[in-house]
Design a protein around this ligand. Structure first.
Ligand code: SF4
Length: 359
């Protein structure tokens, strides 16, 4: 299929576009990459404007009970000498203190992330409560599939805007090989549970772990089944020293950015997220040019914790990220009010779904 036809098809049919057309765009080379990014950027301006959402992070726990560990994991305690050296689980007060620092720095949104503890999400609820009772921040909760119907309901009652459960890849053979202690079906069930409760869903891809472009195309189409999907994080693989995948090559920047651009074309009104650790804190402009409109793991100088990124120990410093956004001619969102406004489309869409669910 010719590139121009594929571009036209994906722009018209969006997430229902043929797999062949999506793969053609994911394989763009040379000047076609420029055409792909320009189109994705135009879509982003049209549907999401010039604003760039900023999302900071509180790592609530790194004590993961998944065994064997995921082959790429550098986040869980003791998984890699480049990651966290000691296990920790933050208290309510510690989460609240970090959230307040993030709000004071002007960042509108925080991701409270944890590892699989097998407690059905009790710690996730504590973290959400700590943020919601002490700040006005928009909140994303990411504890993978460690959530139950009861805790998802509690998160909704607390007003949590987004729950993230990344599938990483829907290539089942690959998932089971790299994540032998994890459970793809359980992750899909949590995504469905989040939708059932009318909470915004974030669910993303980990690019460069050995999946094919066809796998990526299928995955992007698969996400359309989640009716409250509001955010797609596009992560790129970086090897963490000391892990089973330490010799696997890093995901090339362009490969990761192509997936962002195609995700933008398929889901023009959703938040497309570039995590600063995996895109690279100095490379965020490439993600923005490819249509991303949210930069995650942005850490302000006043953050009370040492934060090591998931996927790579690097993180984006708030001041530097602002410089890079402005240098790209875009506008960082620097208050909760502006953040809510930027999220309005997604929040309204979610609210109407939530009303449908509760009626
Ligand atoms: S990637 Fe997540 S689920 Fe897998 S071992 Fe690491 S912390 Fe646990």
């Amino acid at each position: 299929m010719r590139f121009k036809r594929a571009l036209r098809e994906v722009r018209t049919d969006r997430h229902q576009a043929d797999e062949e057309a999506i793969v053609r765009l994911l394989s763009a080379k040379g000047p076609r990459v420029h055409d792909l990014f320009r189109t994705a950027f135009e879509e982003r301006l049209q549907h999401r404007g010039e604003r760039v959402m900023l999302t900071s992070t509180v790592h609530v726990t790194n004590e993961c009970k998944v065994r064997p560990r995921c082959a790429f994991c550098g986040f869980a305690a003791g998984a890699s000498p480049e990651g966290y050296d000691r296990p920790f689980t933050r208290s309510y007060e510690e989460v609240a203190e970090a959230a307040q620092a993030i709000e004071e720095a002007g960042i509108p949104r925080v991701s409270c992330s944890g590892a699989y503890r097998g407690d059905g999400g009790r710690l996730a609820v504590m973290a959400a409560r700590a943020v919601k009772e002490n700040t006005d921040l928009l909140v994303l909760i990411n504890f993978g599939h460690d959530l139950s119907r009861e805790t998802v309901r509690e998160l909704r009652e607390l007003g949590v805007e987004t729950v993230c459960c990344n599938l990483e890849t829907i290539n089942r053979e690959l998932f089971e090989r790299l994540k032998p202690g994890d459970d793809l079906d359980a992750r899909i069930r949590v995504c469905e549970l989040v939708c059932e409760h009318g909470i915004g869903l974030s669910s993303g891809l980990l690019v460069g772990i050995g999946e094919s472009r066809e796998d990526r195309a299928r995955h992007l189409r698969f996400l359309a089944r989640f009716e409250t999907l509001m955010e797609i994080p596009i992560m790129g693989f970086n090897p963490y020293r000391g892990t089973p995948m330490e010799d696997h090559p890093r995901c090339p920047l362009l490969e990761q950015a192509r997936v962002m651009a195609v995700a933008r074309l398929m889901y023009p009104d959703l938040m497309i997220t570039a995590p600063t650790p995996t895109i690279g804190p100095e490379e965020v402009q490439v993600a923005l040019m490819a249509g991303a409109d949210n930069l995650a793991t942005v850490i302000p100088d006043n953050h009370p914790h040492e934060v090591k990124g998931v996927g790579s120990p690097r993180t984006g410093n708030l001041d530097r990220v602002i410089e890079l956004i402005e240098d790209a001619g875009l506008k960082p969102v620097l208050s909760v009010e502006e953040g809510r406004e930027a999220c309005l489309t997604c929040l309204e869409r979610r609210a109407s779904l939530s009303m449908q669910h509760s009626s």
